[in-house]
Design a protein around this ligand. Structure first.
Ligand SMILES: [Zn+2]
Length: 542
C-alpha cells in the first residue's frame, strides 16, 4: 500500500463517534474523548470544502442500560429516555456539530436486523454450547454490563465481554471471581447455553493484512493491542445471548435470545449516516453511503476501551459480508481515559462534572480549548479546574484580548478603512500557520493537543507583534499592519474548529470567511477589522 496523503484527499468523509450508551448523562471524560475529537475533525474537513457526514445516535440495547436501571430502581425504557435527552443536551451545549442524531427507531432496528440476517443466511455464524454465568435467585444469565470480575488476561477488574483496561475479550465463563453488578454479593454459577457465535479465527489472515497495512499510521497503544490479540487464537464472538434486554435475534436456532449489543454499532453507523443524508434531502437506504461506489473516507473516533470491537470484531463482520460489500474504516483514532483531578470520572461515584455544570462557569470556547489541550490522546490525562483557570486567563483570554484591543483601536482611530498591503513575509507566515495546523487537524498526525497548543503559541506571537505596533496609525505602517491583520485572520480561520464562538463572532465582523483551502491566504491586501474579544472564565468559586 502506498502511503496515504489525507491532506490531498478530497473524497467525501464519514466521521463517526461511538454511539453513546443512554445509562446516564455525559461527563467531561466522554467529551474530551471521541466526541470533541470527531467534532474538530469534521469541522476542519468542512472548512477544507469536503462533503462531511458526522453522525451518531444512542446505543439503547446495551446491558449497561439494564444494570444502571435496576440499580436505580427505574425501568430501562425510562432511563433511555431521560439519558438520551441529557446526552443530546450535553453534545449540543458544547457545540458537537453532528449532522444528525439518529433516533433509536424502527429503521434503526430494521437496519441492524438486515445486516445480521444477511450474515446468517450466508452461513457465517456457528451454533455453540458454552457455559455462561447464571444467577439462581433470579433465574437469569448475566453477561456484559451485568457481571464483573477479574480479567483473565490482565487481572484488572473487568465487566463481561470486554476488559476496558487491556481491551481483550473475555467471553462466557472466563471472568475470575465474578459477581453481579446489581448486587455485588450475588455470585453466579455457570449453566450451559446454546448460542450463535461468529468464528473470528476464520478471518485471521485478512485481519492481519488489513492491520499491518494501517499499523504505521495508527496510535501505538491500539497497534500493540491488535498485534497482541492477533498473536493468540481469536476468541469466538458471541452473536446472541440468552438474556431479556436487547434486540430480539431473528434466528430459528436461538429462540428467545437477543443480539449482542456491541455488534449493532456498524449497522447503527450505516443507519445514522443515511439518517443524516435524508435530512439533507438525499433519501437513500441505510448502508448506501458505505458502498464502495460512493468512494468515501471513513474515520472512526472512539475510546480505547471499545477498540477491540472496532479494530477486530466489526472489521471481521464487515469482511464476512464480502470483500466488495462495504467500505471499511481507514482511520481509527482511539483515545485513553480522561480523569477528573486525577481520579476516575465515574457516574456511579457521584462526582461527575457534567458538561452543563462546566459551561455554567466557563465560556464554551475556553472549555473546548482546555479539553482539546488536555485530551487523553496517547495516555491517561486529567482535567484540573485550577489548570483550566490558569490557561484560560494567562495563555488564552489575556493575550488574545490585548491583540484584539490593539487592532480594534487602530481601526477606530483610522479615518475610514481601506485594504492594507501585505508583504511576502506576511503571506509566507500565514501559509506556514496553515501548514502547521494542517498537520494537527489531519490524519495520521491528528492531535487536538497540538492544535490547541498551536493556537496558544500563535496568539502569544501575534499579541507581541501587536504590542510593537500599538499606537501607530494604520496609514503610517501599512504593510506591517497588513501582515498583522492577515495573520490574525488566518489564526481565526485556523482556530475555528476549536474556538467556534470566537470564529463565528469574527465572521460577523468580516474577519473570517470560513475557507481553508491551499492558497487561502495568498492575497495582495487585507481589509482591517475589529476582532471580537474572548469572554473570560469565572475563576473557581470558593
Ligand atoms: Zn484485561
Amino acid at each position: 500500500m502506498t502511503a496515504p496523503r489525507p491532506s490531498q484527499d478530497d473524497r467525501p468523509v464519514i466521521v463517526l463517534g461511538p454511539n453513546p450508551t443512554p445509562n446516564g448523562g455525559m461527563h467531561l471524560g466522554h467529551i474530551a474523548g471521541p466526541y470533541l475529537a470527531g467534532d474538530v475533525y469534521a469541522r476542519y474537513q468542512r472548512a477544507r470544502g469536503r462533503d462531511v457526514i458526522f453522525s451518531t445516535g444512542t446505543d439503547d440495547s446495551q446491558t449497561f442500560v439494564l444494570a444502571t436501571a435496576r440499580r436505580r430502581g427505574v425501568s430501562p425504557e425510562e432511563l433511555c429516555d431521560s439519558s438520551t435527552e441529557a446526552i443530546r443536551e450535553a453534545l449540543t451545549a458544547i457545540g458537537i456539530s453532528f449532522d444528525g442524531f439518529g433516533p433509536f427507531d424502527d429503521t434503526y432496528r430494521a437496519t441492524v436486523l438486515d445486516y445480521f440476517a444477511a450474515l446468517h443466511a450466508a452461513g457465517k455464524f456457528r451454533l455453540r454450547t458454552v457455559r455462561m454465568p447464571f444467577l439462581e435467585r433470579t433465574g437469569e444469565f448475566i453477561v456484559e454490563g451485568l457481571i464483573e470480575g477479574d480479567c483473565p488476561v490482565c487481572l484488572s477488574s473487568s465487566r463481561g465481554g470486554l476488559c476496558e483496561t487491556c481491551c481483550h475479550p473475555n467471553n462466557f465463563d472466563e471472568l475470575i471471581d465474578p459477581h453481579s453488578t446489581i448486587d455485588r454479593g450475588e455470585i453466579p454459577v455457570t449453566r450451559p447455553a446454546t448460542i450463535l457465535v461468529f468464528p473470528m479465527e476464520e478471518y485471521r489472515e485478512r485481519l492481519i493484512a488489513y492491520h499491518e497495512a494501517w499499523a504505521p499510521y495508527w496510535r501505538p497503544h491500539m497497534v500493540q493491542m491488535v498485534r497482541e490479540l492477533l498473536s493468540r487464537p481469536l476468541a469466538d464472538l458471541p452473536v446472541t445471548y440468552p438474556i431479556s434486554w436487547g434486540m430480539p435475534a431473528p434466528f430459528p436456532e436461538t429462540p428467545g435470545q437477543v443480539l449482542n449489543a456491541w455488534l449493532e454499532l456498524i449497522p447503527a453507523g450505516m443507519y445514522t449516516t443515511s439518517y443524516c443524508a435524508a435530512r439533507r434531502g438525499r433519501d437513500i437506504p441505510p448502508g448506501q453511503l458505505w458502498l464502495p461506489a460512493e468512494n468515501r473516507r471513513l474515520v472512526h473516533f472512539l475510546g480505547f476501551d471499545n477498540a477491540y470491537f472496532f479494530c477486530l470484531a466489526h472489521m471481521a463482520l464487515l469482511m464476512a459480508h464480502g470483500d466488495d460489500a462495504y467500505i471499511r474504516p481507514e482511520w481509527i483514532l482511539a483515545n485513553e481515559f480522561y480523569e477528573l483531578e486525577s481520579e476516575k470520572f465515574s457516574t456511579s461515584a457521584g462526582h461527575v462534572v457534567s458538561v452543563q455544570d462546566l459551561l455554567s462557569e466557563v465560556p464554551r470556547d475556553v472549555a473546548r480549548l482546555y479539553l482539546a489541550l488536555t485530551a487523553p490522546e496517547y495516555q491517561r490525562t486529567t482535567f484540573s479546574r485550577a489548570g483550566l483557570d490558569k490557561i484560560a486567563s494567562r495563555r488564552l483570554a489575556d493575550p488574545w484580548n490585548q491583540l484584539a484591543a490593539t487592532l480594534g483601536k487602530a481601526v477606530a482611530n483610522a479615518s475610514g478603512c481601506a485594504p492594507l498591503p501585505v508583504t511576502d513575509g506576511g503571506r509566507a507566515r500565514a501559509e506556514a500557520m496553515r501548514a502547521r495546523f494542517d498537520t494537527c487537524y489531519e490524519v495520521p498526525g491528528y492531535s487536538l493537543n497540538r492544535a490547541a497548543e498551536t493556537i496558544l503559541i500563535q496568539i502569544s506571537r501575534l499579541a507581541r507583534h501587536a504590542a510593537g505596533l500599538d499606537g501607530t496609525p494604520l496609514a503610517d505602517a501599512g504593510p506591517r499592519w497588513g501582515d498583522l491583520f492577515l495573520e490574525t485572520k488566518a489564526l481565526l480561520a485556523l482556530a475555528a474548529p476549536i474556538l467556534i464562538d470566537l470564529s463565528a463572532a469574527a465572521s460577523r465582523s468580516g474577519g473570517y470567511d470560513g475557507v481553508l483551502t491551499a492558497g487561502a491566504f495568498d492575497v495582495a491586501d487585507v481589509m482591517p477589522f475589529t476582532p471580537p474579544a474572548l469572554p473570560a472564565a469565572d475563576p473557581l468559586a470558593g
